[in-house]
Design a protein around this ligand. Structure first.
Ligand code: ADP
Ligand code: MG
Length: 204
C-alpha cells in the first residue's frame, strides 16, 4: 500500500460522502443539528484540496495532512474526532505499509477517537462502527486473508455496526440531549464511518 493507495482511499471517501451528503444530514436532522453531511462534505473537499496543493510523499503524510485539515476546517464534534483518528493513524503507520501494519495503525486511530470523545461501544456514536471495523480488520489480518478481503470484512463490520446504532439510546454528543427520543434513528457519525470504510474496500 503506497501513497497512491491512501490518496485513492481519501478521494473515494470524499466521493461517497458527497454522494450521501443529504442522507447524512437527514440522519443528523433527526437526532442532532442537521449539519453532519455538509460538515463532512466540506471537510473532505478541503482535504483533497490540501493534498493537491501540497502533494504528500508518503502514506503517513497523506493521513497527517487529512487529519490536520479535518481538525482545522470541520466544525462540530466530527471534525476533531475524524481528524485525530487520521492523524494518530498517520503517526502509527510504518512503511512499507503491510495489511498488518495498516490494521495496527487503524486501531491507534480508533483509540484516538475513543480517548478524545470518551465514547464506548453502545453509546450510539461513530465508535459503534469504528471499533467493530478495527476488530474485523485485526482478525482478518491474523487469519492471513488478502488485503482486499480484510478491508471488505472491515467495511461490512462498520456497516453492521452503524445499523446496530438504530435501537440504541445516545449517551454521547448532541444526540444524547434527546434521551429516549434518540432511539429509532441511525447515528450519522456511525453512518459516515461506514462510508469511509466502504471507500477503503473499494480501493483495495
Ligand atoms: P455536531 O454533533 O457537533 O453537530 P457532527 O454533526 O458533524 O457534529 O457529528 C455528529 C457525530 O459525531 C455523531 O453522530 C457521533 O457519531 C459523533 N460524536 C459526537 N460526539 C461524540 C463523542 N463524544 N465520541 C464519539 N463520537 C461522537
Ligand atoms: Mg451535527
Amino acid at each position: 500500500m503506497d501513497t497512491e493507495f491512501f490518496l485513492a482511499w481519501l478521494t473515494g471517501a470524499a466521493e461517497l460522502v458527497r454522494r450521501h451528503r443529504d442522507h447524512l444530514t437527514e440522519l443528523d436532522a433527526a437526532i442532532g443539528d442537521a449539519d453532519h453531511g455538509t460538515n463532512l462534505d466540506r471537510g473532505f473537499t478541503e482535504v483533497l484540496q490540501a493534498l493537491d496543493d501540497w502533494p504528500p510523499t508518503s502514506p503517513a503524510q497523506v493521513l497527517l495532512s487529512a487529519g490536520t485539515t479535518l481538525i482545522r476546517r470541520v466544525g462540530g464534534a466530527s471534525g476533531p474526532l475524524y481528524g485525530s483518528a487520521f492523524r494518530q493513524m498517520g503517526k502509527a503507520l510504518e512503511t512499507p505499509v503491510t495489511p498488518a501494519g495498516f490494521a495496527t495503525a487503524f486501531e491507534a486511530g480508533v483509540r484516538a477517537v475513543e480517548r478524545l470523545g470518551k465514547a464506548v461501544p453502545g453509546d450510539k456514536t461513530m465508535v459503534d462502527a469504528l471499533v467493530p471495523a478495527s476488530r474485523a480488520l485485526a482478525q482478518a489480518v491474523q487469519e492471513g486473508v488478502e488485503a482486499r478481503e480484510a478491508f471488505e470484512r472491515a467495511a461490512r463490520a462498520a456497516e453492521e455496526g452503524a445499523k446496530a446504532t438504530i435501537p440504541l439510546r445516545a449517551r454521547k454528543g448532541r444526540a444524547s440531549y434527546l434521551g429516549e427520543r434518540s432511539v429509532g434513528h441511525e447515528d450519522p457519525g456511525a453512518a459516515s464511518s461506514a462510508l469511509i470504510m466502504a471507500a477503503l474496500a473499494a480501493v483495495s
